[in-house]
Design a protein around this ligand. Structure first.
Ligand code: GLA
Length: 704
């Protein structure tokens, strides 16, 4: 449901306002980028994941008052509380949640409810053991954790629909329930049960129609795996690693992974239908797990109003600042719109051992980084640290003692600052001229066959992404299905799965004036995970102006690479090398070693009105990617507007005639950035000179 339509819709229904509605529609036929993600009164949502059922009732008022004082206006509730809501089959107990919602309402706070299906009550598992997924060894999961469900179990789907419907009906009129989170972090276990196998067979039958098409698509002639009856199909063994990789058929494994993604989508779709009928004004979202490779978030996001994600960058400080930024750009790319943070680092993290605590300023910095990339809500996980259960060491804003101390105060600071910024932020998003294609099917193909040892798709993308980050350039991570015509530069690294239609789309993008970068392994396979029969890079040969007759993994070997055009030093090719024969392309970097001498390491080819680049190896040095990005931006006419010191990030949100520059210091030392003088610092409220000074983990939001 498009909320901006709803909000404007009521104007259109009043005759006196018809003109206003029409003019607004003519001026801007695209909905505001914050229409779904901002509150109706233009507020940014800020708050916490709250578990009132874990604490004595007497504590609730204190909690809510503290939240209010902190400037919070929203909480997420109930995503693990099925047993509290339905203690036995068909008996519902909503009073406690009604009371909590009423208390929040009295203090002007909104709530998002979770459909509580990620943890089945003990009675479900006992009464209906088939609702627990089966492991590959034939044993069902033992009840006592979470996400152990079988999404192929009709019983589980039915029970989940029932609790969702009961909640949707009960809370339909509750004024401060504004939306829903479906389940929690979808990515259930692979289910090896009989029910799952039949579900998979049905899915394949619907997909392929005939056994002939099916057998061709899976290449079942190999090892005599021809299927003569749909019922003969088994769940493939897609585990394994190293030289031999998986033991199952790669085409079967790709479909098995697609199926596993789809059953999560289907499970969610059942709930979405019920929630939409409950109250069409509610938004529906889901808390994604960033770069989690098991589910296509493009598919899962289809039925949602916007996506949310759970951001815990302190878990891997060493890959900060890049990873959380790249993930945010993918999250925005899922639906090509702003998103929410549904859970975020509030303290030391861990179940058994825990991480360092966020340093002073770090909780705030993490929030601003996401805001800068299009996060329109900020919800910390969790309010108070649990005293019981698996997550006693996954700390909240408050410790076990429930006192509002340093971390609480820092979150409160963010909330109060957001109140000052929200007018400027409403209607803005990140508008990128550069896109990177992010493809789940390639991830799934690589999961079975990485190709060369240590290969990893996220890393293959990050090599380029990180260089764009260092250059201060906004980037969209997008599905291969997205229209490319709005971009000047498109990077399609490591696109192993390249159906012909997608290759043609990349060719058209270049011919129409775009700049394209692609690299190793691109176009090796078709949509069925069968190798293309054409000489590499297949359909892309002409547009790239190259041919690749041979390739190999380098294992421990490396080769020096030289370039007069791109970089001054001698760099090293590692991991893998394509023997790239330039046809009509210009050689931008080359080898001088032995048999590799005739081949190119990097090529550039002017084709149609655009330019297509190919990188035929992995470079050891980040500096290669920095030099390359400089050239690509130049070719594409994308302006480099800022010179950033190491560890400082820049991002721009714009819209409605406003442009806001975010500068974020990921260092624990001071940093400064040179800017055009005369800009306004929105947090400090002062006009800036020609440098912005940033303290450790400091941030600046500047009206540009
Ligand atoms: C995820 C889940 C939360 C919590 C945290 C910490 O993000 O959604 O419920 O379990 O991890 O483990």
């Amino acid at each position: 449901m498009n909320k901006s339509f709803l909000r404007r819709g009521f104007l259109w229904l009043c005759p006196g306002f018809v003109l206003i509605g029409t003019v607004a529609a003519q001026q801007n036929d695209r909905p505001s980028p914050t229409a779904d993600t901002f509150s109706r009164d233009g507020q940014l949502y800020v708050g916490v994941d709250y578990y009132p059922e874990h604490w004595p009732k007497e504590r609730r008022e204190t909690d809510v008052l503290l939240m209010k004082e902190a400037g919070f206006n929203v909480v997420r509730l109930a995503e693990f509380s099925w047993v509290w809501l339905e203690p036995s089959e068909g008996t519902y107990r909503f009073e406690w949640l009604d009371e909590v919602l009423a208390l929040l309402e009295r203090h002007g706070m909104k709530a998002i409810l979770g459909t509580p299906t990620a943890v089945m009550p003990a009675w479900v598992a006992r009464k209906y053991p088939e609702t627990l997924a089966m492991q590959s060894n034939g044993q069902r999961y033992t009840w006592g954790s979470r996400k152990d469900y079988s999404l192929s179990s009709g019983t589980y789907r039915l029970l989940s629909e029932r609790i969702t419907r009961a909640m949707a009906e009960h809370f339909a009129e509750t004024p401060n329930v504004i939306g829903w989170q479906t389940d929690n972090e979808f990515a259930g276990p692979q289910d090896f049960s009989e029910t799952s196998r039949i579900d998979f067979q049905d899915w394949l039958r619907r997909k392929y129609g005939t056994l002939e098409t099916f057998n061709q698509s899976w290449g079942t002639h190999f090892w005599g795996h021809i299927i003569r009856d749909w019922a003969e199909i088994t769940i493939p063994d897609c585990t394994g690693e190293g030289m031999w990789g998986i033991s199952g058929n790669p085409s079967a494994c790709l479909d098995w992974r697609r199926f596993n993604s789809w059953i999560n989508y289907r499970f969610q779709a059942d709930q979405v239908k019920i929630l939409r009928a409950g109250n069409p004004d509610w938004f529906i979202t889901h808390n994604l797990m960033g770069l989690n490779p098991t589910i296509s978030y493009y598919e899962l996001g289809r039925d949602l109003d916007f996506v949310s994600w759970d951001n815990y960058p302190v878990l891997s400080r060493s890959s900060q600042p890049y990873a959380a930024s790249m993930t945010a750009d993918l999250m925005r790319g899922v639906k090509q719109k702003n998103f929410w943070i549904m859970e975020q680092t509030a303290g030391p993290l861990g179940w058994g051992i825990f991480t360092d605590t966020p340093m002073p300023g770090e909780i705030r910095k993490i929030s601003y980084q996401q805001l800068a990339h299009g996060a329109d809500a900020q919800i910390w996980f969790r309010w108070r640290t649990a005293t019981a259960g698996r997550e006693q060491y996954w700390h909240g804003l408050l410790g076990h003692d429930g006192r509002p101390l340093r971390r609480y105060r820092e979150a409160a600071q963010v909330a109060h600052e957001y109140r000052r910024l929200e007018k400027m932020l409403e209607g803005t998003t990140v508008e990128a001229e550069v896109a990177i294609i992010y493809d789940y099917e390639t991830i799934w193909s690589l999961a079975s066959q990485p190709g060369y040892a240590g290969n990893n798709y996220a890393r293959a993308i990050a090599r380029y992404y990180n260089a764009l980050f260092r250059a201060g350039i906004n980037v969209d991570l997008i599905s291969p299905e997205v229209d490319l015509s709005g971009y000047k530069l498109v990077l399609a690294p490591h696109l192993v799965i390249l159906p012909d239609a997608r290759a043609r789309k990349l060719i058209a993008f270049v011919e129409q004036g775009g700049v394209l970068l692609t690299d190793i392994r691109t176009g090796v396979k078709d949509e069925n995970n069968l190798a293309h029969e054409r000489t590499l890079p297949g359909l892309l040969s002409d547009v790239l102006g190259i041919e690749i007759e041979e390739y190999g993994a380098l294992d421990d070997r490396s080769y020096p690479v030289f370039s007069e055009e791109l970089f001054p030093d001698t760099l090293a090719a590692i991991h893998y090398v394509d023997w790239v024969t330039p046809k009509s392309a210009a050689v931008m970097a080359r080898y001088d070693q032995w048999h590799l001498e005739p081949f190119a390491a990097v090529t550039r080819h002017e084709a149609g009105r655009g330019i297509a680049w190919y990188v035929g190896t992995v470079f050891q040095e980040d500096s290669f990617y920095d030099h390359l990005i400089d050239r690509l931006l130049e070719d594409a006419g994308v302006e480099r507007w800022v010179d950033l010191p190491e560890g400082v990030e820049a991002s721009i949100r714009q819209g409605d005639g406003r442009k806001l520059v975010f500068l974020i210091n990921h260092n624990e030392t001071e940093a400064s950035v040179a800017i055009e003088p005369g800009k306004r610092d929105l947090l400090e409220g002062e006009v800036l000179g020609d440098r912005v000074m940033l303290g450790p983990y400091g941030v600046a939001v500047i009206a540009w």
